[in-house]
Ligand binder design. Structure first.
Ligand SMILES: Nc1ncnc2c1ncn2[C@@H]1O[C@H](COP(=O)(O)OP(=O)(O)OP(=O)(O)O)[C@@H](O)[C@H]1O
Length: 569
């Protein structure tokens, strides 16, 4: 991901680095000019001789200021750009990630991984790599270059100082790193606790859980405060020792310089310049120390994003045979599937003829949704075959199969958009057509009552709608899509009995002639489908029309009686 970003922003990075080198050159050259000025004055060579140097020095300061301002452009552009690019790269991954891998990660965690990882990645590229390249490196290079012009001996002393500081840094970082990772863990814990408290507002409030949660968070907060203080103290100890060392080197240079001035070997200006250069040559080390600690910690968060970026992808989405037309024949043959080590479906065999309607019926946890996800290619069978129009699903390009399939998931997939956006999916259907569809799903009146009507926003996951309205809106979408195969996973659970029956009958009427697969808990709603598949503990235990099954299957009769007791009829 870092490489992709570097390639994507290569021109801006080049500009940033070139400007960085320019600033550091001007700054180092400015010191040399200052020294020449001082020596000119000391040598009493006259005002006229000093004037061109003053002008040049002024020009150098002006150029430094202007370039320092200009550098803000690539700096800000890169910092914001890299962050958004990393998020986009991660989002691209969401569109390809293997569904089973996605289920293992979970939405909340995935959002956190992307947010934290993108911020960490930006810091790694921008605040670490690029800052070293465009600020620290040229500062050290130019300082050493100019110092060597004054005294190679001082350059050697500085080199020795570098070695001492690097050794010190190494030891300190190890201690600091341990403390910082403990702090990071506490911060993640705090964040997880607060997210949970926010997401579970109703459950927590009704169960009076907030007091306990607050106590727990208080303990975590105290932990964070204490660890942060310790880290600061350890980190600052580096700077205290560092400052002592640099001052020591300055004193050595000063003594050495005074001796040489008295011997007439050097000028006062040269010693002043040397002292300034020493400051210049060591400040990158102090900065590097801070950057390196952050870099190490950011690596932890970024590694999590990279793990997500390397998660398995669904290779069938874009590869395989193009599905130009889907007539709608579906066949499962001896299909077996399990989650991890647990078997969820065993030797499942059934066929759905094009243009017919099938309901999948069974108790909760019997494997109905798993069957649906297998026929959609979201989950991958472990053995057997699943065929669409005679072709194994593993050989088909899924993104082209999806052009012919409408699907409503169990959770009624309404997303944060308008009523219109949820129905037409950016296809810009005329209002009259959308209202006609809303009439079919018994929702037109409700939409007309909303102040913004078709443009009314439905909130995150359709939270501003009732459960039944969400489901009716999802129905409106599949009616608008007019595809040849329609797959509905418990589409009517949020509706009252009368609306449920009316809408299901409407769906059966509208989709007559197309393949319709419906998972349903309440049997009376699917009494009119062509075939019912009975699923029990991951196996198909019966198949037939409603009339046939009620005659022949004891299990179906039991389900029907339970349904009747629940007052569904
Ligand atoms: N991602 C998963 N990881 C592990 N086990 C799972 C996963 N999803 C489902 N299961 C298990 O697989 C079995 C079948 O689940 P499935 O969702 O297919 O049942 P279902 O018949 O659709 O149930 P319901 O009517 O309650 O929606 C259940 O035992 C369930 O706990």
């Amino acid at each position: 991901m870092i490489q992709t970003c570097l390639v994507y922003f290569k021109r801006t990075i080049l500009l940033y680095v070139v400007l960085g080198f320019l600033v550091q050159f001007c700054s180092a050259y400015g010191i040399t000019l200052f020294q020449q000025l001082l020596d000119n004055v000391a040598a009493a060579s006259g005002f006229n001789a000093a004037l061109p140097l003053v002008m040049l020095y002024g020009a150098m300061l002006a150029v430094t200021t202007i370039v320092n301002y200009l550098i803000l452009y690539p700096q800000t552009y890169l910092s914001a750009g890299i962050m958004e690019k990393l998020k986009l790269l991660a989002f691209g991954k969401v569109s390809r990630i293997d569904y089973a891998a996605y289920q293992n990660i979970g939405t909340g965690e995935m959002i956190k991984v992307i947010e934290n990882g993108a911020a960490a990645g930006t810091q790694i590229i921008h605040a670490f790599y690029l800052r070293i390249l465009q600020e620290l490196l040229p500062t050290v290079l130019f300082s050493l270059l100019f110092i060597s012009r004054y005294s190679p001996t001082v350059m050697l002393i500085i080199g020795a100082g570098y070695a001492v500081i690097f050794g010190m840094n190494h030891v300190l970082l190890r201690v600091l790193y341990r403390f910082k990772s403990a702090l990071l863990e506490s911060q993640e814990k705090m964040s997880a606790q607060s997210v949970r408290g926010f997401m579970e507002l109703v459950v927590f409030r009704l169960n009076k859980r907030y007091r306990k949660e607050m106590e727990r968070m208080q303990r975590t907060a105290e932990d964070i405060v204490s660890k942060s203080t310790q880290i600061r103290m350890i980190h600052e100890s580096f700077f205290a020792v560092f400052a002592l060392l640099v001052n020591g080197i300055k004193i050595v240079v000063l003594v050495y310089g005074i001796k040489r001035i008295l011997e007439g070997d050097t000028s006062i200006g040269a010693i002043v310049a040397l002292l300034l250069f020493i400051e210049h040559v060591y400040s990158p080390i102090a900065i590097f120390n801070v950057l390196f600690v952050d870099y190490k910690l950011n690596r932890v968060a970024f590694a999590r994003l990279e793990r997500f970026a390397n998660a398995p992808e669904d290779m069938n989405l874009e590869t395989g045979r193009e599905v130009g037309e889907l007539k709608g024949d579906l066949a499962f043959e001896h299909v077996t599937f399990g989650y991890g080590g647990t078997e969820a479906l065993r030797n499942v065999t059934f066929a759905v003829k094009r243009g017919s309607s099938v309901a999948i019926v069974g108790l909760s946890g019997s494997g109905k949704s798993t069957l649906i996800k297998l026929m959609l290619g979201l989950l991958k069978k472990q053995s057997g075959s699943i065929r669409w129009d005679g072709s194994d699903i593993d050989e088909l390009k899924l993104n082209s199969l999806y052009d012919h399939v409408s699907y409503i998931s169990q959770e009624a997939p309404i997303f944060a958009d308008s009523i219109r956006g949820n129905i037409d999916f950016d296809r810009e259907l005329p209002d009259e057509l959308i209202y006609d569809i809303l009439t079919l799903v018994r929702m037109k009146e409700e939409v007309l009552r909303m102040p913004d009507r078709l443009d009314a926003l439905v909130g995150e996951k359709g939270m501003k709608l009732s459960g039944g309205e969400r489901q009716r809106l999802a129905f409106a979408r599949i009616i608008a899509q007019r595809r040849n195969v329609v797959i509905l996973d418990e589409p009517v659970s949020g509706l009252d009995n009368i609306t449920e029956k009316t809408i299901m009958d409407e769906v059966l009427r509208l989709f007559r002639g197309r393949t319709l697969v419906i998972v349903a808990h309440r049997l009376h709603a699917i009494a009119n489908v062509d075939t019912i598949l009975l699923v029990k503990d991951g196996e198909v235990v019966g198949e037939g029309s409603f009339a046939e099954l009620i005659q022949t299957s004891g299990y179906f009769q039991a389900l029907w009686q339970q349904d009747s007791r629940n007052g569904a009829r």
